[in-house]
Design a protein around this ligand. Sequence first.
Ligand SMILES: *Cc1c(COP(=O)(O)O)cnc(C)c1O
Length: 393
Amino acid sequence: MNTKAYFGKYGGQFVPETAMNALIELEKAYERIATTAEFRAELDDLLAHYVGRPSPLYYASRLSEHYGHDIYLKREDLNHTGAHKINNALAQALLAKKMGKKKVLAETGAGQHGVATATAAALLGLECDVYMGKCDVERQALNVYKMKLLGANVVSIEDGLGTLKEATTAAIQAWVNEIETRFYVIGSAVGPHPYPKIVRDFQSVIGREAKSQLKDRGVNPNYVIACVGGGSNAIGIFSAFLDDENVKLIGVEAGGLGADTPYHAATLTNGKDGVIHGMKTVVLQDEYGRISPVHSISAGLDYPGVGPEHAHLHDIRRVEYHAVTDDECMEALKLCTRLEGIIPAIESSHALAYLEKLCPSLKERSNIVVNVSGRGDKDMHTIMNYKKGTIYG
Ligand SMILES: *Cc1c(COP(=O)(O)O)cnc(C)c1O
């Protein structure tokens, strides 16, 4: 067993033999290219001048007053393209270019990772194919248009439910078919080794910045909270604090209509060990091991698996994972908007919603960092239609 490929008992490379060569090539290229000072300098330059990093660590004074604790927001919503996804998409596309690949492939659900990858491909002069389920292509017309405007080719997948799961399977297949010329840009800390480690590395800039920003202010954090879909923004911020025993880490999953109903995506809350998209992890599945349909109001958290490192951190109890419902998340979105003038993404609002449960339970005034993974602009349509538009009442 390649122990480097595992986080405890989770991870691995559950892929057909034909994909193994591509994964081996990727791992070697990552080690040869992406760990050099030259690559890091080029990436850091793009992160600073193109993405707009460092993202601010903002002291949310009105939310702090509301909850009676000191709340800091890590503003990934202010990145170019509106979320943390660009950190990873840009870094992987840069690696692809250095490997001499001409084309990048990506899977996308709601389209956020597709837009981030299409953006990076435009910047670096790469061709880009984005695989998207047929149903998502219809639901996410605006993002489809954005990707096309950026020069990407959107491949609509008719199989199954026509959502992220089928798109991911199709993208992996297309990659394996033309491994010589293509690079698969995965969108979260998921998939077969070495992807979860590569994505963590490229998102860890969030945690490194947050830690140094806290230090500059002389603040010792007590809690760091992030939402968890596949888990890339969460592992990105958690990675800097994993060794700090006094910092409690909390991942928030999509509880949908309730984690005790069939309509949720609370994988670590309700899942069992299984295999999905090339990794051993925790999976929402039925008694026969068939992957369950999932529901969340946020497209970015609507995934029946989770990154293997989160499955491990859950196992060893280093990170606590909780679920909040669609309704709780929308209340938090409204509160943050009203008190701070910041419209967070629906995904990020899950992390904010956990404040409602955490804050009243704390005896001493605490310093709490919430990762605002993205901005809510992309969600306006969903927000407007939620409860027939009554959210502003
Ligand atoms: C995609 C997305 C997520 C979920 O992905 P992770 O890999 O779990 O971070 C969270 N927030 C936003 C804004 C997203 O676009």
